[in-house]
Design a binder for this molecule. Structure first.
Ligand SMILES: NC(=O)c1ccc[n+]([C@@H]2O[C@H](COP(=O)([O-])OP(=O)(O)OC[C@H]3O[C@@H](n4cnc5c(N)ncnc54)[C@H](O)[C@@H]3O)[C@@H](O)[C@H]2O)c1
Length: 276
């Protein structure tokens, strides 16, 4: 497949082998796309080492992507920090001379807590990463896309939580609903420059932060993880939870010329579990 040959894609939060971001970049690379792997790199006060893509892992997955025969670059970037975001775009331009596809994938979704116990700091962190990050990255990437005159693709990794409420995830659900609002507005403003802006809304993927959410909800309901997963499979019309490759395939489609007339959409990748 070479649907994306010669294009350049940046994906944030893509430095972990088990995460959706890596699966997305692997799929884009298999379609011939050059890839920029970005992630936080080092832990901070809220984002502990076991929850982030560390620099070593980011470099290792970048080498793995380069072995597929495309250009691959690793750039640490905290999406909450505008100077980092600017550096991410500048490093991409310096190496590849163009930005065609931005995937806003970095996200924090494992701070599950009853609403009445949520602190303002926790709320702010989730909003900063999940919503302000895509605002900053989209703005900086879109400027380069417009200057390049070739249009572009912005794809936001939202969630089932962008369309439905979930207990103990007030900030996450709010940030993902907000991300769909950002998607719809940017689609209108950037359409004249040939930039499409869409969101992908996966349901439960059992890797990455999805695994943490599943473990939390199983305990909350007094179920074993196996019981919780069995109930989930029963609920999903297509009979299984999502896989990273499902989301990656949707992103590759939206990034391709086949999706050139699709913008402002929030596309479910949920096996029919979410039907609005
Ligand atoms: N796994 C699921 O079930 C599921 C379902 C729906 C949506 N999503 C969304 O998919 C995306 C990826 O999630 P995942 O499941 O791969 O989880 P993950 O925890 O493996 O990936 C999230 C990534 O974001 C990075 N990140 C966190 N804060 C950052 C910051 N400030 N700057 C840059 N990067 C930062 C982390 O380092 C990590 O690599 C998220 O936006 C998530 O909300 C996941």
């Amino acid at each position: 497949m070479s649907r994306l040959a010669g294009k350049v894609a940046i994906c944030t939060g893509a430095g972990r082998r088990n995460g959706l971001g890596f699966a997305i970049l692997e799929r884009l690379a298999r379609e011939g796309c050059n890839v920029v792997v970005s992630d936080l790199g080092s832990p901070d006060r809220f984002l502990g080492a076991d929850n982030i893509g560390a620099t070593d892992e980011m470099r290792a997955v970048t080498d793995e992507l380069a072995s597929l025969g495309v250009g691959a670059l690793a750039v640490p970037c905290d999406v909450r920090r505008e100077p980092d975001v600017k550096k991410l775009m500048d490093a991409t331009m310096e190496r590849f001379g163009r930005i065609d596809i931005l995937v806003n994938n970095a996200g924090v979704g494992y701070m599950l807590k009853p609403f009445l116990e949520n602190t303002l700091d926790e709320w702010q962190l989730v909003l900063d990463v999940n919503l302000t990050g895509p605002f900053l990255c989209s703005q900086h990437a879109a400027r380069h896309m417009i200057a390049g005159g070739r249009g572009g693709r912005i794809i936001n990794i939202a969630s089932q939580a962008a369309k439905s409420g979930f207990p103990h995830l007030a900030a996450y659900v709010s940030s993902k609903h907000g991300l769909v609002g950002l998607t719809r507005t940017l689609a209108i403003e950037l359409g004249s420059a040939g930039i499409t802006v869409n969101a992908v809304c996966p349901n439960h993927v059992t890797t990455g932060l999805g695994a943490k959410q599943n473990a939390y909800y199983a305990a909350l309901r007094g179920q074993t993880l196996d019981e919780f997963m069995a109930a989930m499979r029963n609920r999903i019309p297509l009979g299984r939870p999502g896989m990273p490759s499902d989301t990656a395939a949707a992103v590759a489609f939206l990034a391709s010329d086949d999706a050139q007339y699709i913008t402002g959409e929030a596309m479910n990748v949920s096996g029919g579990e979410e039907n609005h």
